[in-house]
Design a protein around this ligand. Structure first.
Ligand code: FES
Ligand SMILES: [Fe+2]
Length: 400
């Protein structure tokens, strides 16, 4: 990691010195804005994209005990994430094997048995069908064959992911390029301090794009964030799989948040001198800070509608000071997000009118193009009409 730290410091210095578009880097093609506005592309994403990639479903601290569960209710689905007697976290479609009622209706809870509200079939936290009222009236019901239908589910350092594709590569392989960056950050000591959900009047990519560049920092966050970040030091690495890393030097002490009290000294020097933001394909944005971070995810809810979920992650600490810190952090974070969110609706409208068929991207904004190239690779280029495709131009510029 020491080597990595030096490389990051070097990259940041290089960016501060750079005074021209980098030689040997291609001009980034225009981004076809119909990808944000055409219902046909939304349908393609729903059919060929979302069911084929790893997705954040929960954090382990939301499932503290055997029988704890949360529902993942994005993408028009309902999926149970539960902790079994064996402490394994599993995912199941929230669909009764009798006549498809939802079994769990509360978003989060704890239960010894999951009892379907319709005719009371009962399932264990490990998904087995264990009780059927009036079972004698079913001609051939083998309970061992009617358990809840599982969804691929794997956990990485406390974050629970699901994948609707049973054939997908393991989570560890998928996350490898970004997982490396977290090596010296003690993720295991983190718990959820709060969850915020924002409904947005824009395509999910309009919102996600906003977090993938620092170009808007001084115009949009002039008073809130800009005083804490040396934005011209923004150094970006694109990684295989549509992931990335942004390193930006801090201007004032260890944290980018305006706080009345000192942050807990929980991370190594690298995270104190720089903000390492780790956009994780396909829809996660997170900027690591010694105070904690906001694990943001972006979900489609129609062509021009989406939801942003913010999981606020801090250190295991039950003190009054920590509670006060997070009360303040919640106000801080909501304030910064509000500065971004106010812009999205008009961008969406303008993409929908077709008045800007192609969006022009700067070198600093190349992450927006990179993750969408990967979106097309996951979908399969042959499934996308030509005018909606990304040109595949950045693969040769990926960092190791
Ligand atoms: S639909 Fe669940 S018990 Fe009938
Ligand atoms: Fe912003």
């Amino acid at each position: 990691m020491q080597g990595e730290t030096t490389l990051i410091q070097q990259a940041v210095e290089d960016e501060l010195r750079r005074d021209a578009y980098p030689e040997n880097f291609p001009a980034i093609p225009e981004l076809p804005t119909a990808r944000y506005a055409d219902p046909a592309f939304y349908d393609i994403e729903m059919k060929h994209f979302w069911p084929k990639t790893w997705l954040t479903a929960a954090h382990i601290s939301e499932l503290p005990e055997v029988g704890s569960y949360v529902l993942f209710e994005e993408l028009g689905r309902s999926i149970i994430i539960s902790r079994g007697e064996d402490d394994v976290v599993r995912a199941f479609h929230n669909v009764c094997r009798h006549r498809a009622s939802a079994i769990l209706l509360e978003k989060q809870g704890k239960a010894k048995r999951f009892i379907c509200p319709y005719h009371s079939w009962g399932y264990s936290a490990e998904g087995q069908l264990v009780s059927v009222p009036e079972q004698r009236d079913f001609a051939c019901l083998d309970k061992s064959k009617r358990g809840l239908v599982p969804v691929r589910c794997e956990t990485w350092r406390g974050f629970v992911f699901i994948n609707l594709d049973g054939e997908a590569a393991p989570l560890e392989e998928f996350l490898a390029p970004v997982a490396r960056q977290w090596a010296n950050y003690p993720l295991e000591n983190m718990v959820i301090k709060g969850v915020m959900r924002s409904d947005m009047e824009c395509n999910w990519k309009v919102a996600y794009d906003n977090f993938l560049e620092i170009y808007h920092l001084s115009s949009v966050h002039g008073k809130s964030l800009a005083p804490f970040l040396e934005w011209r030091s923004f150094s970006l690495s694109m990684y295989k799989g549509g992931h990335g890393r942004f390193a930006t030097r801090k201007k004032q002490g260890a944290t980018i948040f305006k706080l009345d009290q000192a942050p807990p000294p929980s991370t190594n020097e690298l995270f104190k001198e720089h903000t390492l933001a780790l956009p994780t394909f396909p829809n996660v944005f997170v900027a690591a800070d010694p105070v904690g971070f906001n694990w943001q995810t972006f979900w489609p809810n129609g062509t021009g509608k989406s939801v942003m979920t913010s999981r606020l992650m801090g250190w295991k600490d039950d003190s009054d000071e920590d509670r006060a810190l997070w009360d303040q952090m919640k106000v801080n974070i909501a304030g910064i997000l509000a500065e971004d969110l106010i812009l999205f609706k008009d961008i969406q409208r303008n993409y929908e009118t077709g008045s800007l068929p192609g969006a022009m991207l700067s070198y600093q904004e190349r992450m927006l193009y990179w993750y969408q190239e990967e979106v097309d690779r996951v979908i399969g280029v042959e499934n996308i009409p030509e005018h909606l495709r990304m040109k595949q131009v950045l693969a040769d510029y990926v960092a190791e």
